[in-house]
Design a protein around this ligand. Sequence first.
Ligand SMILES: Cc1cc2nc3c(=O)[nH]c(=O)nc-3n(C[C@H](O)[C@H](O)[C@H](O)COP(=O)(O)O)c2cc1C
Length: 187
Amino acid sequence: MKNRLIIAVSGASGTIYAKNLLEKLKVLDIETELVLSLGAKAVMVYELKNDINLEHLATRVYNNNDLGAAIASGSYLASAMVVAPCSSSSLAKIAHGISDNLITRAASVCLKENRPLILLIREAPYSRPMLKNMLEAKEAGAIIMPASPSFYNNPKNIDDLLSTITERIIDLLKIENKAAKRWKNDA
Ligand SMILES: Cc1cc2nc3c(=O)[nH]c(=O)nc-3n(C[C@H](O)[C@H](O)[C@H](O)COP(=O)(O)O)c2cc1C
């Protein structure tokens, strides 16, 4: 199956991760299907300010209310899905099979079709329900990716910091990315 990724942005802090990931996937010439929740759009106003338009970075864009969209069906050949960032509300729905919008429906489809689903969780600290929902989603087949960057490669700016997460996501999707910084790569 060709790489055709669903990128969902929900209303957690860290919408800049979605921007960074979409920019990298565009450079890598990967087809992307973008859907943003209402919560994501609200958070983006605070976080992305003048740079709020992510649509131009994607191949196709869907409305989160459009439950009849292509990505709502398992017969549409999406290869994988990333929810970046994933709010605790979307996590709870995905963990329990609640498909009341396009993001949660497409995630539910990924799980039933055994396609990779990466949830980039952003919350601090975690409550018991959040931890239980992460385990539930993991056991259903999702990959739980905490939005916690690493520092061992000495990131110089926010972009470097974001890349420590988005490059790992691209690796998890098994997409070749020669630009990725790797630990002791030159050793
Ligand atoms: C500025 C702002 C920051 C938020 N940050 C988070 C967050 O980091 N994690 C989270 O789970 N929810 C966060 N929320 C709350 C979610 O946006 C809210 O629960 C929303 O209903 C999630 O719905 P969605 O998953 O459909 O986008 C934030 C809301 C706002 C306005």
